[in-house]
Design a protein around this ligand. Structure first.
Ligand SMILES: [Zn+2]
Ligand SMILES: [Zn+2]
Length: 130
């Protein structure tokens, strides 16, 4: 903790008119400074953990799971989905691989998996992370 000692000496010279700080007082000052530093560090660490948790929650709220495989992130909505006034409120239902499976599958499966909107639809890619 040499740097703490230097800061304290510097402080004494500038602010205390060069009053000599005894080694005992210097030790106490160092102790206090250390304690302040470590409690501040702990506070910051718990703050960081808090923010990381919050970030994970925000991401999982934002990113919807694919309704079909319930594994990948849903990135596609069927173009004629009943909620398709704007892309953002449509049913985000399928991941890339499930969207491909449906698009290449039987005609009666080519629809929004949620509301079954179907006519002449196709998959629209929506960036769920926006
Ligand atoms: Zn899927
Ligand atoms: Zn739909």
């Amino acid at each position: 903790m040499a740097c703490l000692r230097m800061v304290a000496q510097d402080f004494a010279e500038k602010e205390l008119d060069g009053i000599e700080i005894s080694p005992e007082v210097m030790d106490i000052l160092e102790d206090i400074a250390m304690q302040m530093l470590s409690s501040e560090t702990q506070l910051l660490h718990s703050k960081i953990a808090e923010l990381q948790d919050e970030n994970v929650n925000l991401r999982s709220n934002q990113l919807k799971q694919c309704l079909i495989c319930q594994d990948n992130i849903a990135e596609y909505m069927w173009s004629s989905c009943c909620n398709n006034q704007t892309v953002r409120v449509g049913h985000l239902t399928a991941c890339k691989s499930c969207a491909d499976t449906i698009a290449n599958g039987p005609v009666h499966f080519r629809c929004c998996p949620l509301c079954r909107a179907s006519d002449s639809g196709f998959w629209l890619r929506v960036d769920a992370r926006e």
